[in-house]
Write a protein that binds this ligand. Sequence first.
Ligand SMILES: [Zn+2]
Length: 383
Amino acid sequence: MGRRRISENVKRRIYSESMGRCMNPDCSNHLFTTAGDIIEIAHIQPYSKTENNAYENLIILCPNCHTDFDKNFAHKPEEVKNWKKTREIELERLFAKHFHTFEELNQKIKPLLLENKTIFENYFLNDHKKTWDLFEGTILSNNKKIKTILSNNLDLIQYHNNSHYSNANIVHTFLIHIDEFEKTRPENEKARFVLFPEEINSLFGIEPIKDTLLPSVESLEDLITKLKKIGKYKDIKLGVDNPYLIIEEDKEIVRLFLDDTPRLRQYYSNYKSFKKVGVRLPSLNFALKILKSRGFNFSFIKDENLREIEIENIRITFIYEYCLSKLELQSLSPTKNTLVVNLHNWNGSSCISEEAYDLAKKMKVNLLTIDDYVKYINSLKND
Ligand SMILES: [Zn+2]
């Protein structure tokens, strides 16, 4: 009678449990080598007596420890059984740490995610089935670490009641995916219910995704102010299709794209920069794009105030009001010759009150709707 096969599910569990190292705590040899894995599966109570292929009766050892246990009787079954508990405690000790900042957390998570991504793209997507099987153990072991680390640091992930606006929701989906990856997937069948959420790579700064621009200019200004204080802010590029911040991160200069929503949202959360939406970022970016497309270079009067710019000695202040009133103009108190542009375009020309126009004349400032602004910029170009 041949042996019954060990089920895929059980194999995955013991691979994952091993974290890629021999389960004998005094050995802990790495089992996934570049030459392929040297994994051996041992029965704690001999298969010949028990025919027990359950997870509890199986353990992963390196070839030496396997021989020591099976043939040299160097360890009692009870001792070997305890190795499973020892590994669990070790995993907790090494990876259950609570970090103080998202940045510290990211330093642990990013290399593990990157390794998984490289393996997946090189072997799985290229359909190198045999090699993929060799490396799958590495993914399982990395996943186990990632899961332990993330589960203990969920409080560092941005959270919102509405799951659409929540990075914590993305992380939860990812944790379910990790469990499913480990427990299911029969051979030859690649279907999974919970796919790897691409937003995870965005969240940990591995690969940006294209999403929508987060609405609030005020949040962005607050983030710039705080990054500037700690010397991490370098520049901002607005008025382009994919606007971005240039920042310093781990001593490297990187681009933080403003449509890379999970990542930017996490930054807003890390620096407590979420602010109520006043001026909408997509509208401001649109107005600045018009300048760029007509060949005008603009500069912000202050980095942390994105609503005031200068082009060729003309000062422009952007506001966002349903209807700009006289009172609001008074409190804005723009300097002489400023162009005040209302980016709010929902009610066309009535987005500026008649009284506000009258006051503007006395203050010697120009009030423009977005349509007026476009015409004005075009006329500058024709001069
Ligand atoms: Zn060993």
